[in-house]
Design a protein around this ligand. Structure first.
Ligand SMILES: Cc1cc2nc3c(=O)[nH]c(=O)nc-3n(C[C@H](O)[C@H](O)[C@H](O)COP(=O)(O)O)c2cc1C
Length: 198
């Protein structure tokens, strides 16, 4: 599969088989992530891989408790795509501990060295996380970017002894897909391109 095809079919996967993803495959995803462009090649990223049920279970309980009011307030009558996304997100939160691995993409505030800025942490971590999910797709592994586990950040920090200077940005669910990958649905190019002048 070439890179473009992987991007075209890299749908957020919220349904996973329980089969573990081998350590070498998870490390390959981090290899892909760390090939990304980043500010001044400062590489202020780190990746916490959580596959231990003794961590996933208590974190999953906290995540679900935090998300319950959101899911209960879920409005009726949304269109098909949005409804599917919300149902999928709820499934993922309910099955947090059964997801084979969670990769927490983190960054340190290190760039530029003379005056480190928060915005450069975002510039560091998102290209890397995108590399990770596209590589996973090409390897037949499903992923879903999530931010909702952020409500369990204190528990994750404590259970995983995360150093204080690491900032947690995005939590990527990783596993073999239980559903088909599909083509992503995006705006047509004519809606997003301007040549030279508006
Ligand atoms: C920064 C970021 C945060 C996201 N957070 C969540 C999340 O908390 N839960 C979730 O189920 N999906 C999350 N997503 C996935 C998006 O909802 C998904 O990519 C979008 O709906 C488009 O769907 P597709 O990628 O399958 O085409 C997130 C995506 C990004 C980039």
């Amino acid at each position: 599969m070439d890179a473009l095809e992987a991007m075209e079919t890299c749908t957020a996967m919220r349904y996973f088989k329980e089969e573990p993803v081998p350590k070498a495959e998870l490390e390959k995803l981090i290899y892909a992530a760390t090939r990304a462009s980043n500010p001044g090649n400062s590489q202020g990223w780190e990746f916490l891989i959580i596959d231990d049920p003794a961590i996933k279970e208590p974190v999953g309980e906290k995540v679900l408790a935090g998300m319950a009011p959101f899911f209960e307030a879920r409005p009726e009558g949304r269109d098909g795509v949005e409804e599917r996304m919300l149902v999928g997100a709820e499934h993922l939160a309910e099955n947090f501990a059964k997801v084979p691995a969670w990769i927490v993409c983190m960054a340190r505030k290190v760039y530029p060295p003379h005056d480190p800025q928060e915005s450069f942490m975002h510039s560091t971590i998102y290209p890397a996380a995108q590399n990770l999910i596209v590589a996973a797709r090409a390897m037949g592994i499903g992923t879903c970017f999530t931010t909702f586990p952020g409500n369990a950040e204190p528990e994750i920090r404590e259970l995983c002894n995360v150093p204080d200077d690491l900032h947690l940005f995005v939590y990527v669910a990783v596993g073999y897909p239980e559903r088909e990958f599909m083509a992503v649905k995006r705006k047509p190019l004519e809606d997003v391109i301007t040549w030279n002048r508006y």
